[in-house]
Design a protein around this ligand. Structure first.
Ligand code: SAJ
Length: 423
């Protein structure tokens, strides 16, 4: 049993803290948001996560506070704070730096300090280690520094913090041994030691950039196929009959705190080494163009039914960036709403998973208010809407931002339909 301090009790830190409790460690949870601390003390999870829900009785066992004092008595300290980008897509490392500073001020000899936040190669050696050095602390002697990139996939019913394989890297041999042993004590999946801390930092950036470029590939194909009247969903299903094909799906854009963010961390750091990640940049441009492309499709459809965008009541179905959850981070829905308002549409929004953000008390009364719809999140509630219901509510145009509706039936009812790469 070890004393573990988890810094940042969000989507990454809280499941990790619960898992450490479950595996018999003593856990100090540290978060600057006092309402989060209050909820955890009452046994309420501040984040939507099935893994936690199934173990919410363990929440009260976390010694939660906003103070870093507990770092002084911890054997292991894990930094799980956000690493976002700003509006110009520049990485924001301030939160990691602030956490590292607070740990360095309170560290104890021989402590294992692990960064789980997603960072680019170089951050541990060029940002975190110098902070500890400024306190006279030497890695591999006074403390050990490791990186184990988080792999939380919100809403995934198969993979969770207990069973997802991980990679870990350190600046020292002892640090690698200690961090690998720690993760092997809490995770059932394999823990792969990396050659150095940089390779560990590069793994997460690679796996998420890989996903981003693959989504950009199908998004660009969707735009092309829209001009050639090709149904991309049918083409993806056809290509998937080949053993080596890895299907990805076009849509209204790429949201979340990982995929649309992580590539920028590598793009910006590589620039300092004189390398331009042209391909990653273009993929980001393509994915960032999809919300406006979705609105352009609506404009074209409205023109066909001689409805002006200005003043037309456009319903946006779904605010979350991902189906069946309530996370608005980098959500394409928000970009679509902004663009619709710029075009003077009357925008109404509805999301049953995001409390207090809908313009109607239920889906039925919402549909009654709309002339046209953009489906922006493929929540299960929207997949269940019968095409006849759209007709009954006199919906004239539907843009299906996730290609998830029964478009043949919708078109048969005389409703103008356009998907992303199919119509
Ligand atoms: N999306 C597409 N087309 C796709 C897949 C996703 O447009 O084919 C969109 C989604 O609608 C969403 C965004 O991309 O807006 C991100 O979707 P995601 O399924 O990648 O979900 P995330 O952001 O929760 O990604 C997490 C990541 N996990 C970690 O970073 C630890 C990612 O690495 C995983 O690959 C991903 O889950 C997953 O595979 O589910």
């Amino acid at each position: 049993m070890q004393k573990v301090a988890v810094i940042g009790l969000g989507y990454v830190g809280l499941p990790l803290a619960v898992r450490c409790i479950e595996k018999g460690h003593e856990v100090f949870g540290i978060d600057l948001e006092k309402d989060k601390i209050e909820k955890i003390k009452k046994g309420i999870s501040p984040v939507q996560d099935d893994f936690i829900e199934e173990r919410k009785g363990l929440l009260k066992k976390i010694k939660a506070s906003s103070s870093f004092d507990s770092v002084k008595k911890s054997d292991v300290v894990i930094i799980c704070v956000p690493t976002p980008v700003n509006e110009l897509f520049f990485p924001i490392l301030d939160i990691v730096e602030s956490a590292a500073e607070s740990v360095a001020k309170n560290t104890k000899p021989g402590q294992l300090v692990i960064v789980e936040s997603t960072i680019n190669p170089g951050v541990c050696e060029e940002v975190v280690e110098p902070i500890f050095a400024s306190h006279g602390l030497k890695e591999g002697k006074d403390y050990y520094l490791a990186h184990c990139p988080e792999r939380i996939d919100p809403g995934n019913e198969t993979w969770n913090v207990a069973n997802l394989p991980r990679v870990v890297g350190s600046m020292s041999k002892t640090g690698l041994q200690k961090s690998q042993a720690f993760y092997e004590s809490i995770i059932d999946g394999a823990i792969r030691p990396m050659k150095s801390i940089r390779e560990a930092e590069a793994v997460k950036i690679m796996e998420n950039s890989f996903r981003d470029i693959n989504i950009a590939f199908v998004n660009e194909l969707a735009k092309s196929f829209d001009q050639m009247d090709i149904d991309i969903k049918d083409v993806i299903e056809g290509a998937s009959t080949k053993f080596s094909f890895m299907p990805h799906y076009p849509g209204r854009g790429v949201g979340g705190h990982c995929i649309p963010v992580d590539p920028y961390y590598l793009i910006e750091r590589a620039k300092k080494s004189g390398f331009d990640h042209h391909f990653l940049r273009v993929a980001r441009e393509i994915n960032n163009s999809m919300p406006n492309y979705t609105v352009e499709l609506l404009q074209d459809m409205l023109n066909e039914v001689k409805l002006p965008m200005k003043g037309t009541k456009v319903g946006v179905l779904g605010l979350s960036y991902k189906a069946n959850m309530n996370d608005l981070r980098e959500s394409p829905s928000l970009k679509i709403i902004k663009e619709l308002k710029k075009k003077k549409a009357t925008v109404l929004k509805y999301d049953p998973h995001v409390p207090g953000q809908s313009d109607a008390k239920d889906l039925t009364s919402f549909l009654k208010k709309c002339d046209a719809l953009i489906l922006a999140t493929n929540h299960k509630e929207f997949l269940e809407i019968k095409p006849e219901t759209f007709k009954k509510n006199n919906i004239k145009v539907i843009v299906d931002g996730m290609n998830c509706l029964d478009y043949e039936k919708i078109k048969k009812l005389g409703i103008k339909y356009h998907g992303i790469g199919r119509k």
